[in-house]
Write a protein that binds this ligand. Structure first.
Ligand SMILES: NC(=O)c1ccc[n+]([C@@H]2O[C@H](COP(=O)([O-])OP(=O)(O)OC[C@H]3O[C@@H](n4cnc5c(N)ncnc54)[C@H](O)[C@@H]3O)[C@@H](O)[C@H]2O)c1
Length: 352
């Protein structure tokens, strides 16, 4: 069977997540990069050269990208996701949409309609951490019931690139083009991990409460040099409760986060995964009815980065796997974030 031709729109000028798609594809089977397109032609050429691409078409238009692709990876600013995902589905393409799915859940209407109209096409949202080996190992252990009742957990994820105040105003610092800030950027991944790992053993999230902050409130506009307001958060923390009573905390920041980590405590002990040390998961065992005992390391291995989700995307396109990261699902995650950003909280009752 011919590999799925994967075309990317938005090759990247700030973080450039498209590179993660490009490098991820190199580790996948049955799917290959066929074409790239960016509204900024020089940017597309730069990515082509920097990623050492040779047999990839640099397209001059969206239409040309469609001609060279069976599936489209949408690596655009958040406010453009819905428009291009709708256009891709209408053109008969499968689509992998970078997260967050959009700037807010209300904007998803047409995309949700198109997703329903094209059940034979995959529309997946890029919650790419699920396949990371630490999370895969935790999933195995939780699903097997090894940890017994879960009492509490903590997750943190963020970055520090824009802690540098000299980084100018980017689309992600503007609520109109990004939606919420760090709490959405990183919080949507964390909520996805909670749904994936913990919902099966703890029941659904029933309540969330958040505090957000913008510590660097102005940035230089790169076009005219003036100082302009940042209109979303650069750090956000939220706490929550699961149906079984387990409580949790999540920490997100764009301006200083040392570690990406997860800690889970339950009847059977504690699990700790630190992505600075991504080939190992720590377990501190406990007798279910008794005290804590030994600490051990469990070696883990597997695909990192975007390779895992791209392989799952290819498997879904070929009918070998089921797509769980649908637009409808991402919309529910988005509604939680919207509510935390707008009112400081979200409750299960709101969803009903
Ligand atoms: N999954 C992850 O872990 C992860 C990490 C970082 C970013 N992201 C997401 O990836 C997306 C892109 O983020 P980024 O930081 O790579 O963006 P970026 O600013 O680096 O790149 C966006 C690119 O889109 C291009 N572009 C803008 N409008 C366009 C249009 N109409 N047609 C074609 N090209 C256009 C720009 O020229 C730019 O090159 C965002 O949704 C972001 O949240 C995901």
């Amino acid at each position: 069977m011919e590999p799925i031709r994967y075309g990317i729109i938005g090759t990247g000028s700030t973080v450039g997540i498209a590179r993660n798609h490009i490098f991820g594809l190199n580790q996948c089977s049955d799917i290959k990069l066929s074409a790239i397109y960016d509204i900024d032609e020089k940017q597309a050429l730069r990515t082509y050269k920097e990623c050492g691409l040779t047999d990839t078409v640099i397209c001059k238009s969206w239409e040309e990208l469609l001609e060279h692709s069976d599936a489209i990876g949408i690596c655009l600013p958040n406010s453009l996701h819905v428009e291009y995902a709708v256009r891709a589905l209408q053109a008969g393409k499968h689509v992998l949409i970078e997260k967050p799915v959009s700037t807010n859940a209300e904007s998803l209407g047409e995309l949700l309609e198109e997703e329903k109209k094209h059940p034979g096409q995959v529309a997946m949202v890029c919650f790419n951490y699920r396949e990371f080996p630490i999370y895969q190992q935790i999933k195995k252990m939780l699903d097997a019931g090894d940890m017994g009742q879960i009492y509490r957990f903590h997750l943190q994820l963020g970055g520090n690139r824009i802690a540098n105040k000299q980084v100018g105003l980017e689309w992600r610092m503007d609520r109109r083009t990004s939606g919420a800030g760090a709490v959405s950027d990183f919080g949507c991944h964390l909520l996805d991990i909670i749904h994936y790992l913990l919902e099966p053993c703890c029941g659904p999230i029933i309540e969330l409460k958040a505090l957000l902050s913008t510590s660097i409130p102005e940035r230089r506009d790169l076009a005219d040099g003036s100082m302009r307001k940042v209109t979303n958060d650069d750090s956000g923390v939220f706490i929550g409760k699961m149906k079984n009573g387990a409580v949790f905390s999540c920490d997100t920041s764009r301006i200083g986060m040392w570690r990406h980590s997860i800690e889970i405590a339950g009847e059977g002990g504690m699990l700790y995964g630190d992505f600075d040390q991504d080939d190992v998961l720590w377990i501190w065992k406990k007798e279910k009815e008794g005290p804590y005992q030994t600490r051990e390391q469990i070696p883990v291995s597997g695909l990192q980065g975007h390779a895992g989700i791209l392989q799952n995307f290819a498997d879904c396109v070929q009918g070998k796997a089921v797509n769980y990261r649908t637009v409808a699902y991402a919309g529910r995650v988005q509604a939680m974030i919207d509510s935390m950003e707008r009112t400081g909280s979200w409750s299960w009752e709101d969803e009903k």
